[in-house]
Design a protein around this ligand. Structure first.
Ligand SMILES: *Cc1c(COP(=O)(O)O)cnc(C)c1O
Length: 403
C-alpha cells in the first residue's frame, strides 16, 4: 500500500494511525469505549442508518453546503483562485452540527437515553444541545467555570435549548478539565448515557467516529470542485483545533497525491512566546485525553495551557490522524498568530461580505499568504468552518483598544 492509501484506511483494529491514537484510558472507560466501537461499526454497516444521517443533514443542517468562488478576495490577492467550502452556512453556524447530529442519532440507535458532552468555548455544547433537543434527549454539558464566565451567551443558548450546563472547578477550569469530568461521569453512568465528543481527538473510537461524520465536508467539496472546474484543487487549507473540520475536509482528498493538504494551527502570541496552540508545529509526542498524539507539555509531561484569540482552537492536543498525516508528510501544518488571523478576518469581511469565525480566519490567513505565490489557474480550497457573529465582542474590544 502507498502512504496515501494507508492513511485513507486508518485506523487499524487497535484504533491507531501509525504510532498515534490508541486508547490510553482508565479500566473503567474500556467497556464503554468498546461498546461504542461495536455500536458505531454496526451502524456504519447499516444502510438505513447512513440514509437517516443523510436525511437529517439535508433537512436540519442544510446540506449540501455551497462551494463559493471568492472572486473579490482572489482579485485582491492577484494569484490562485480561492474557493470556499461554506460550513458557516450550516444550521448553528459551523461544521460542529454534522458531528453532534451523527452522534446523537448513533445514541438513539444504541438505545441510550441521555446525552452528555464537554465544551470549551461553548460551540460544541450548543451543537450538542441542538441535536439533543431535536431528537428528544435530555442533555448535560460540562464546561470549565472560567469558560462559563467568558462565554455567557453560549451558556444561555444551551439552557434555552433545554440542556443543563455543569460548571467544572478542577484544574485550570477550562476545556481539558471539562473533558476529564465528562469522561468520569460517563464511566459512572454508561448504561444509559452517551458521551458526544467534540473533536477528532480523544480515545479510539472517537477520532474515527468524528472523522466519519465530518468527512461529508470533503466528499461534497471534492465532487463540487470536479463539477465546477473539471479538476481538483492544488491546495486544501483548513484550521486545526482538535482537528475535526480539517480531517473532515481532508479525508476525501488524502488519496489524491497531487492535492496539497495544509492544516493551520493557532500561533497565539507567537510560537516563541510559548502562548499558542500550535500543537503539531511546536509541541511534542505525548498522551492527552486517551490518545497518543502531539501535545503541549512541559519537560515533566505536564500539559500546558494553550492560547489563541479564537476559543475554538485553544486546545493543547490534536487528533491522532493529523499527527500521522504530519509525520508522513502527506499533510503539512503551519501556524498563524492572533494578529495575522485578525487581519484576515477584516479582509474577508470587506472583500467577500463574510464575517468569518476567528478560528476560520486562521485558515484564510494562510490562503492569503499562499494565493499570490501560485499561478492564476491554481485553485486553493479553504474550509470555511464557521461564521463569526460569536466573535464580535472580541473584535469590538480590539477595535476599541486600537482607536
Ligand atoms: C470548534 C471550531 C473549530 C475547531 O475545531 P476543530 O475540531 O479543529 O474543527 C474551527 N472552526 C470553528 C468555526 C469552530 O467552531
Amino acid at each position: 500500500m502507498s502512504g496515501a492509501q494507508q492513511a485513507a484506511s486508518w485506523p487499524d483494529a487497535a484504533g491507531r494511525y501509525g504510532e498515534f491514537g490508541g486508547r490510553y484510558v482508565a479500566e473503567t472507560l474500556m467497556a464503554p469505549l468498546l461498546e461504542l466501537e461495536r455500536g458505531f461499526a454496526s451502524a456504519m454497516a447499516d444502510p438505513a442508518f447512513m440514509e437517516e444521517v443523510r436525511r437529517y443533514l439535508r433537512e436540519h443542517v442544510g446540506r449540501p453546503t455551497t462551494l463559493t468562488v471568492a472572486e473579490n478576495l482572489t482579485r485582491h490577492l492577484g494569484g490562485a483562485t480561492i474557493v470556499l467550502k461554506r460550513e458557516d452556512l450550516c444550521h448553528t453556524g459551523a461544521h460542529k452540527i454534522n458531528n453532534t447530529l451523527g452522534q446523537c442519532l448513533l445514541a438513539r440507535r444504541m438505545g441510550k437515553r441521555r446525552i452528555i458532552a464537554e465544551t470549551g468555548a461553548g460551540q460544541h455544547g450548543v451543537a450538542t444541545a441542538t441535536a439533543a433537543a431535536l431528537l428528544g434527549f435530555p442533555c448535560r454539558v460540562f464546561m470549565g467555570r472560567l469558560d462559563c464566565e467568558r462565554q455567557a451567551i453560549n451558556v444561555l443558548r444551551m439552557k434555552v435549548l433545554g440542556a443543563e450546563v455543569v460548571p467544572v472547578d478542577s484544574g485550570s477550569r477550562t476545556l481539558k478539565d471539562a473533558i476529564n469530568e465528562a469522561m468520569r461521569t460517563w464511566a459512572a453512568e454508561v448504561d444509559d448515557t452517551f458521551y458526544c465528543f467534540g473533536s477528532a481527538a480523544g480515545p479510539h473510537p472517537y477520532p474515527w467516529i468524528v472523522r466519519t461524520f465530518q468527512s461529508v465536508i470533503g466528499e461534497e467539496a471534492r465532487a463540487q470542485c470536479l463539477e465546477r472546474f473539471g479538476r481538483l484543487p492544488e491546495q486544501v487549507v483548513a484550521c486545526v483545533g482538535g482537528g475535526s473540520n480539517a480531517i473532515g475536509l481532508f479525508h476525501a482528498f488524502v488519496p489524491d497525491a497531487g492535492v496539497g493538504l495544509v492544516g493551520v494551527e493557532a500561533g497565539g502570541h507567537g510560537i516563541a512566546s510559548l502562548q499558542h496552540a500550535a500543537t503539531i508545529s511546536a509541541g511534542s509526542v505525548g498522551v492527552l485525553h486517551g490518545s497518543r498524539s502531539y501535545v503541549l507539555q512541559d519537560a515533566w509531561g505536564q500539559i500546558q495551557e494553550a492560547h489563541s484569540i479564537s476559543a475554538g482552537l485553544d486546545y493543547p492536543g490534536v487528533g491522532p490522524e493529523h499527527a500521522w498525516l504530519a509525520s508522513t508528510g502527506r499533510a503539512s501544518y503551519v501556524s498563524v498568530d492572533d494578529e495575522e488571523a485578525l487581519e484576515a478576518f477584516h479582509l474577508v469581511a470587506r472583500t467577500e461580505g463574510i464575517l468569518t469565525a476567528l478560528e476560520t480566519a486562521h485558515a484564510f490567513a494562510h490562503a492569503i499568504r499562499l494565493a499570490p505565490t501560485l499561478p492564476k489557474e491554481a485553485l486553493v480550497l479553504v474550509g470555511s468552518s464557521g461564521r463569526g457573529d460569536k466573535d464580535l465582542n472580541t473584535i469590538a474590544a480590539r477595535m476599541e483598544r486600537e482607536a
